[in-house]
Design a protein around this ligand. Structure first.
Ligand code: GTP
Ligand code: MG
Length: 702
């Protein structure tokens, strides 16, 4: 039906599909070659197992129960010695069929057991579907129109929620259960002022300082007026609504009030470095992995012996310059192609933080993987290549990943950024070049909503080890006296952690051991806390499991709290009930599951308008689903947030709009006002991010 709708609309997706189909070279019976990354996928795969490219975005995955298709794969690689781990290729396994792919190995450190080829799990998709359909489906339909009476688009979200709650109180039990008394609400309020007092006006003030003409160029290239983006990205003051407690199926009541236990709140006296999740992002080949490898080596996380091995092997393959990158790019394919494809996770300690480094792929085909890693970020390092032409390519409106990554991380709520102007050796440590990069990129970052005071600039050379962990030599020091990269990392502020709400941990990665009957999940706790022995609810399968053990940086730990990035080893759960893209929750406070959402979106610089019927790819935390725009409710004035047009036919570049989308499969989701991490989405099409959005309403809960 969705396909028909799309075909009726004659939307571009039709063309994309045909093109994609044409490019799919048939390799052998039962396999198809991905036109993007050339990986040979099993015929049963609807998307590329490596890069996630959809094979045919109009054809719904067969649910005939064909057992050969009803398999999926998950796994993960952890390299103990380098301190780096590679996320599994199935970051977005979600609820899809997955064909068996390469086996991977990981080292179960505690048990000192090497488990190989153990992660290929077969599951019966029909059983999975039956389990789903047996759940009570609760239909929530709030059709009341928006009340646009507040000035900023983000304020609008809360206004919308407030008005919809009032409008639908009579027939909407669940929401009324969320309505806490003002006192209660205030008690739990977590207001995090993301952009402080510097808003649109200060942005234009900077325009005057830095040259208005350039500002306009970049902002319009990106498809958004600076002041629009600034106000668009401005955080809302959230009224804190706890998730509802588990509904008692017999009485239909719930209303459990969540109270964190004493151990869940960190003890100030606790002698432990706070964990800082740091995403390394930027255009392809800017030197992200080399920089990460160099840092790990300088900080003792990669031994000299190991480094020698990387150097030797890289040289043998004629890729000597990638030696440091190889510490992060562990797969044969990544090394052969000289690009990062999946997010690599590594750890090191600075003076102030236990840093979780998330080295993202820069190649545009792997932006979905970058999204999955970067949604966990507390702050980011944006690496740009200073060399002539390369910096400019990164800022190109079509295909420039400096631009796309900066917008994406800002949309994930990251507001602190270190810009490493890398490869300064190539431009002979020219101050002039550095200032030019700073001026141009600074203007663009301002237009994305980054405050000048939250952007740190670090000229460096990863190759020549300049300005990474120590003061650089004369070539840089003669004109740059700012902090080196490590000091810049220490100057970042830890975002507020939310210990007062029930557990939410989006599952980024799963490691399954069939032989041991053990499942491990990796991810960052968004809210709440867990410890060994805690019971957790696994969504969307709604199964309860017990935490057998916890690991932080491959070391066993007893407790993990909001902000911590951990591996959670589960027991009492079947493998097929845990999927990447799912969420671990407090058993009494399940996350919502839905396939029908209302979104407020900011459309980027698109060439083809978004229509009712347009098919896009929706990314939310670690999940990805095909989405169809079923309704365009209104266009909004980007400055005031007021409706400028109801039920428009289409949405053009740079417009703000409220739309309804229906997803092919369900995702774990919360409204933005309840959980920022689970209420932010990005929409992509043809390998490009076309819109950023917030979930303003969950139309239907399952
Ligand atoms: P993707 O992950 O594929 O986006 O690439 P990346 O950003 O991780 O780049 P990577 O670290 O793989 O480096 C790409 C190339 O740039 C390699 O040949 C590196 O040796 C080179 N490179 C990285 N840093 C520097 C530097 O500071 N100076 C010079 N001259 N070359 C560098
Ligand atoms: Mg890389």
């Amino acid at each position: 039906m969705l396909s028909t709708m799309l075909l009726d609309q004659g939307f571009v997706a039709t063309d994309i599909t045909h093109q994609t189909k044409a490019k799919q070279e048939v390799i052998r019976t039962g396999a198809w070659r991905c036109p993007i990354c050339t990986y040979d996928n099993e015929d049963s795969m609807s998307e590329c197992d490596i890069c996630g490219a959809l094979r045919n975005c109009l054809v719904r995955i067969s649910q005939t129960g064909d057992s050969t298709a009803d398999t999926f794969h998950a796994g993960g690689g952890r390299c103990k010695s380098s301190g780096a781990s590679v996320m599994v290729k199935s970051l977005f396994a979600s609820f899809r069929h997955r064909a068996p792919a390469k086996s991977v190995a990981f080292e179960a450190k505690n048990d000192a057991v090497l488990i190989e080829d153990a992660f290929i799990i077969r599951r019966n998709f029909q059983e999975f579907l039956r389990a789903f359909s047996s759940q009570k489906h609760q239909n929530i339909n709030i059709a009341a129109p928006f009340k646009f009476d507040s000035p900023s688009p983000d304020d609008l979200v809360s206004t919308r929620l407030h008005s919809s709650k009032l409008d639908s109180k009579a027939n909407f039990k669940r929401l009324s259960s969320l309505d806490m008394s003002t006192r209660e609400r205030e008690k739990n309020i977590l207001i995090e002022s993301e952009l402080g007092t510097e808003g649109p006006n200060s942005s234009s003030a900077s325009v005057a300082r830095d040259g208005g003409v350039k500002e306009r160029d970049f902002a319009s290239d990106c498809g958004i007026k600076p002041e629009i983006l600034v106000s668009r990205m401005r955080s809302v003051s959230l009224s804190s609504k706890s998730r509802t407690g588990n509904v008692n199926e017999e009485t239909g009541t719930s209303n459990l009030e969540y109270k964190p236990e004493a151990w869940m709140i960190p003890d100030q006296a606790e002698d432990r470095l706070s964990q800082l999740n740091l995403a390394i992002v930027g255009h392809v080949d800017s030197g992200k992995s080399t920089l990460s490898g160099r840092l790990l080596h300088l900080l003792g996380r990669i031994s000299q012996k190991e480094m020698h091995r990387h150097e030797k092997e890289a040289k043998q393959q004629g890729k000597g310059s990638f030696a440091y990158a190889w510490a992060l790019d562990e797969s044969a394919e990544e090394r052969e192609r000289g690009i990062t494809m999946t997010v690599a996770v590594a750890f090191f300690n600075s003076r102030k933080y236990h840093v979780v480094l998330l080295d993202s792929p820069g190649h545009r085909d792997f932006v979905p993987n970058m999204i999955s890693g970067a949604t966990q970020a507390d702050a980011a390092i944006l690496v740009v290549d200073a060399s002539m032409g390369s910096f400019e390519a990164g800022l190109d409106p079509i295909g420039g990943q400096t631009r796309e990554h900066a917008l994406l991380i800002r949309s994930f709520g990251v507001d602190q950024i270190i810009v490493v102007v890398n490869k300064m050796d190539v431009v002979e440590y020219s101050q002039e070049r550095f200032e030019m990069v700073k001026q141009k990129l600074g203007t663009f970052l301002r237009s994305c909503g980054f405050k000048d005071s939250s952007v740190l600039w670090v000229p460096a050379s990863s190759m020549e080890n300049q300005n990474l962990v120590a003061t650089p030599d004369e070539r840089l020091f003669s004109w740059f006296h700012g902090p080196c990269l490590l000091d810049a990392i220490d100057s970042l502020q830890l975002p507020a952690r939310d210990y007062s709400k029930p557990l939410l941990m989006p599952i980024c990665d799963i490691i399954k051991s069939q032989s041991q009957g053990q499942v491990s999940t990796c991810g960052k706790l968004v809210t709440g806390a867990i410890r060994t022995g805690s019971k957790v609810l696994i969504m969307p399968s709604r199964e309860v499991a017990t935490i057998r053990s916890l690991e932080r940086d491959s070391q066993a730990c007893k407790i993990a709290r909001s902000g911590d990035n951990v591996t959670v080893n589960l027991q009492g759960i079947e493998n097929n009930h845990v999927t990447a893209g799912g969420v671990l929750c407090h058993p009494d406070f399940p996350v919502r599951v839905s396939n029908h959402l209302e979104l407020k979106i900011l459309v980027l610089d698109i060439k083809i308008p978004i229509l009712s019927g347009s098919q896009l790819e929706l990314h939310i935390h670690h999940a990805k689903e095909a989405a169809t725009v079923v309704k365009i409710l209104s266009l909004l004035d980007p400055k005031t947030g007021k409706v400028t047009k109801k039920s428009p036919r289409c949405i053009l570049a740079k417009q703000n709009a409220v739309v309804e989308v229906v997803l092919q499969g369900s995702v774990c989701v919360e409204e933005y006002a309840e959980s920022r991490a689970l209420g932010r989405v990005s929409l992509r099409s043809s390998g490009r991010t076309v819109a950023l959005g917030l979930v303003t309403q969950i139309m239907k809960t399952q």
